[in-house]
Design a protein around this ligand. Structure first.
Ligand SMILES: [Zn+2]
Length: 259
């Protein structure tokens, strides 16, 4: 007999809630639909920034990324995009990819399909108004999904993007706190990348690369302080480059490797 059918109702409810929570927030869960949760090569590191645009941080971040010829993906909030459309336009024009991160950053787990559609469409509208191009990628706020999030994004021709590492930079009060929390990227690169010319390790399923989730803004207000994020990146970008990592957008993270 199916053990689900003989479980006490409270146990059943708890188990179902547990599975729902796993599907809702575990970054690599595919329970509620397909999501991109890693790049297709251990050499490719996708830097992603959520909750912007942010006039206090994003311009400095763009300059920092330029210094390392790094292109990234920015999952922006619609209400922030309407506050600073020129900054969003500049971000796109400097070669970065813009993604949808909803209009007001609600927890989508509790929203009905039509409410999710409104959140995505309003953000899309603000991105198109600023950049002229609709986004092809979507990241749910807090990583929370429910059964309607992925299909709703798909209807709008967007794929859901999660991450392999989220160091919690919104809590950082110093780069000293944040830098060690970004260490796993370098550790994996040291393990999986061999000197150029040698074959990269693939036997243990390591032939996939990291998607790092950082924040250039804050969902509660514009001008959030993300200076520790900038400082931690200034520390890591040259080290990642020297380890042989390539900084890619999500477009490049899923594109076929060059032959
Ligand atoms: Zn967010």
């Amino acid at each position: 007999m199916n053990p689900w059918l003989i479980a006490a109702p409270t146990t059943l409810a708890a188990a179902a809630a547990g599975i729902a929570a796993y599907g809702a927030v575990y970054p690599r869960s595919q329970l509620f639909g397909a999501a991109v949760s890693r790049t297709n090569s251990p050499r490719k590191l996708a830097l992603t920034f959520d909750d912007g645009p942010n006039p206090a941080i994003t311009p400095k971040l763009l300059d920092l990324l330029d210094r390392f010829n790094a292109r990234a993906t920015f999952f922006v909030i619609g209400k922030h995009a309407r506050e600073c459309p020129d900054l969003l336009k500049e971000t796109a024009s400097r070669g970065h990819v813009i993604g949808n991160h909803t209009d007001a950053h609600p927890n989508l787990f509790w929203l009905k399909p039509d409410q999710i559609t409104v959140e995505l469409r309003c953000c899309n509208y603000s991105i198109v108004a600023a950049t002229g191009a609709p986004p092809r990628w979507f990241r749910p706020p807090f990583g929370f999904r429910n059964p309607w999030v992925v299909p709703t994004a798909r209807e709008l021709h967007q794929r859901v993007v999660m991450w392999t590492l989220i160091p919690g930079d919104w809590m950082a009060t110093s780069s000293e706190w944040l830098i060690p929390r970004m260490e796993p990227i370098a550790e994996r690169a040291q393990r999986n990348l061999r000197p150029s010319g040698a074959e990269e390790g693939t036997s243990n399923g390591a032939a996939t690369g990291d998607i790092l989730c950082l924040h250039d803004g804050g969902h509660r207000q514009l001008n959030a302080d993300r200076l520790p994020t900038l400082a931690a990146l200034e520390y890591w970008l040259p080290r990642w480059r020297d380890l042989g990592l390539e900084f890619v957008t999500i477009d490049e993270a899923v594109s076929a490797p060059a032959t």
